[in-house]
Design a binder for this molecule. Structure first.
Ligand code: MN
Length: 306
């Protein structure tokens, strides 16, 4: 898959705050009708997911799915306490099984530690627990062709992978062929010295990308310059999912919204938000393809050269 043919995705929390059948239908149907290829389903509590219903709706509307979560302190894979780490592994294993049963392509998010503000650095012992467990989770995921993306997030949400370089290092430690780095422009804007350079240096390790504004609201209303980001993705010929992630107090998931600190109303109409994000991403992709074609005439994304 080459840059320009990326599956475009939308995070379910742009539309709905629960995964009842009515909400799942609304989120999946609007994603499909607005022209997305996949929906990212948050799975912090897999017991809330009706697997058969989800699989049936994805089939009915003809779109794909990815799944994401952040662990909690009680299921922290990077805990020094082997029992806590084992609880995290059991949770991830359950999520992988759901991913298999709904035909998901990617499992991503903060799956290597809790998604929380830590008050001390990660320890070697905790990191070893996390890496060993993720190796087993990646093996299980590989049996269902699931790619596992470790999401690099800002310092207030993990103490393990805050930069793309740390994400690559974590992937190398795990060492599984289906492990990739999951980057997110919202987090990169906080932590990276140079977002475009970080993407280029991640290179083939990049396997999943979240687009979000500096305030996680409507695309184009914040301070992130997206042109260099898309140009960098074109430069490395990134062909994986491009997923828009945005949150507002308009749509509340009682668990996830509080963890992410979604206190403000940054938009009110989710359908308008996600239709605009699709147009925004398509325009940026097209411009980046053209720019890459000018810089590199043999670039395969440029259709003039077949
Ligand atoms: Mn994200």
């Amino acid at each position: 898959m080459a840059f320009g043919q990326n599956p475009l995705g939308i995070h379910a929390l742009c539309s709905v705050g629960s995964w009842s059948e009515a909400d799942a239908r609304r989120a999946i149907s609007s994603a499909a009708q607005i022209g997305y290829d996949l929906i990212e389903i948050p799975m912090l509590d897999p017991d809330r997911i009706d697997v058969a219903m989800t699989a049936r709706l994805l089939e009915e509307f003809g779109i794909g799915a990815t799944i994401s979560l952040g662990l909690e302190p009680a299921t922290d894979l990077s805990s020094e306490d082997p029992e806590v780490s084992a609880r995290g592994e059991a949770l991830l294993s359950k999520v992988v099984s759901i991913g298999r049963d709904i035909g998901a392509t990617h499992l991503c998010g903060v799956i290597y530690s809790a998604m929380t503000k830590y008050s001390r650095p990660a320890t070697r012992k905790g990191l070893d627990h996390s890496v060993a467990a993720l190796r087993r989770i990646c093996d299980q995921a590989a049996a269902s062709d699931l790619t596992v993306g470790v999401e690099v997030v800002n310092r207030y949400e993990t103490n393990i992978a805050n930069t793309a370089a740390e994400g690559v290092a974590l992937c190398k430690m795990i060492g599984a062929p289906n492990t990739r780095v999951h980057l997110d422009s919202y987090h990169m804007n906080i932590e990276e010295a140079d977002m475009a350079r970080a993407i280029v240096e991640t290179g083939d390790y990049l396997g999943y990308f979240h687009f979000g504004e500096c305030h996680r609201g409507y695309l184009g209303t914040g301070s992130i310059e997206f042109e260099p980001v898309f140009k960098a993705l074109a430069q490395i010929d990134y062909g994986g999912p491009l997923v828009f992630e945005s949150f507002s107090s308009e749509v509340v998931d009682p668990q996830l919204s509080n963890i992410l600190g979604i206190w403000r109303n940054l938009w009110t109409n989710g359908d308008d938000l996600i239709a605009h994000a699709r147009d925004f991403m398509n325009a940026q992709i097209k411009a980046a393809l053209q720019a890459e074609g000018l810089a590199r005439p043999n670039f395969k994304g440029d259709t003039r050269y077949g």
